[in-house]
Write a protein that binds this ligand. Sequence first.
Ligand code: AMP
Length: 399
Amino acid sequence: MKILVVNAGSSSIKYQVFNMEDESVLAKGLVDRVGIPGTTLEHKPTGKDEVIIKKDLPDHTAGMQLVLEVLVNPEYGILKSMDEIKAVGHRVVHGGEFFSESVLIDDKVKKVIKDCFDIAPLHNPPNLMGIEACEELMPDVPHVAVFDTAFHQTMEPANYMYALPYEVYEKYRVRRYGFHGTSHYYVSHRAAEMMNKPFEECKIITLHLGNGASMAAIKDGRVVDTSMGFTPLEGLVMGTRSGDIDPAIVFFLMDKLGMDTAEANNYFNKKSGMLGLSGVSNDLRDILEAANSGNERAQLALDVYTTKVKGYIGNYVAKLNGCDCLVFTAGVGENGWDMREAICKDLDYLGIKLDPEKNKVRGKEVDVSADDSRVRIFVIPTDEELVIARDTLRLAQGK
Ligand code: AMP
C-alpha cells in the first residue's frame, strides 16, 4: 500500500510517498514559496535525478495539484496513477487537549483543528489548508491527522500547569503542550528496541536538537515532562528562539524598544536564541566555525546552549528518578558530535559518560556511551514522516 505524507506550512508543502510493504521512500519533495512569486518544486524520486520545476502557484490547492502531476509524470514520477495512493497522512502541529493520538479526519476533527488556531496561529491554519487542498484533489481516500502535541498528552497537571490564575487555564487553555511529539515518539521507541527492553519499562530522555529544539522525559511509556510549553518558544536555546527567560524581560524590552505584541513575538521567536546571542548565525555549524576561529560571542552562545541542555538533563533525571538512556536526534543532535561531547561533559555523577571516539559520527543510529556508562547514550536519526505514514496506514486499515 502506498501512502502520501504531507506537511503543509504557511508558504510550503513538504511531501513523501512511502511504499508500506517495506516502508521505503519512493519520493520526497518540497514546494516552496506557495502563494509568493517564484514558487519552486523540488522533487526527489528515489534512485533518479532530482527535478526542479519553477511555476508560480496561487495557493495550496495549486501546489498540491502540481505535486500530484509530478508523482504520476511518466519521466520522473513514481506512480502509474494516483489510485495507487491509498491514504494521506497530514502533520498537524496543534491538537490542543483534544487529541492524544492520530485520527481519521472528518468535519469534527477539522473543527477542532480550527478551534486551535487561537493557540497555534502560525501552524494550524496552513496545516488545515493542506488538508483541505488534499481532500479536494483526493476525495475518495482516507485522510489522517498526526499531531505534534499528541504524544505529550500523557503529562500530569503538576508538569503541564503554569503558576498563573487558574481561570486562564479554564478559559484559554493556557498550559504546557509540548511539540516535536512524533520525533520524541519515534526515537524513544527505537531506543527501547536498541536496549531490548519493553518501551513501557524504560526511563528515557530524548533530546531533539534542531533549529527548533526540545527535550522530553519519558517513563513507563508516558511523557512525564517536555521543555517546549504553551508555544514552541519555551525551553532550550534554539536557532532564533530565546527559550526560557524571565518573563519580566518581555515587558521591560517592549517598553525600552517600543515594541507592540506582534513585534515582541517576532523578537523572541526570530531574533533571539543562537542568532541573537552569537551575532553570527542561527546555524550551529557557522557558530562552531566562528568559535573555533576565536569569536568569543560565538563561544558564549555555545556555552549558554550546552549549559541549558545540561540543566534539563539534571531536571529530567530527577523527575524520572533515574534514566536508562539519553537519545540525541535532529540536525544538531545527529550531526554535531562536538555539541554532544560538550553536553555530556562532567555528567559522570549521573552515570552519563560518552566515549569520545565512538561519538565521532554523524547521522547514524549508534550507541556512543563509554563501556562503563550507567546510562546509554544513543544517536538516532529521527523519522517523523515514517511515524505519520505508519499511523496513517493503521487508521486507514481500520485498526
Ligand atoms: P533541523 O532543524 O533538525 O533540520 O536541524 C538544523 C540544525 O542542525 C542547524 O542549526 C544546523 O546547523 C544543525 N547541524 C547540521 N549539521 C550539523 C553539524 N555537523 N554540527 C552541528 N550542527 C549541525
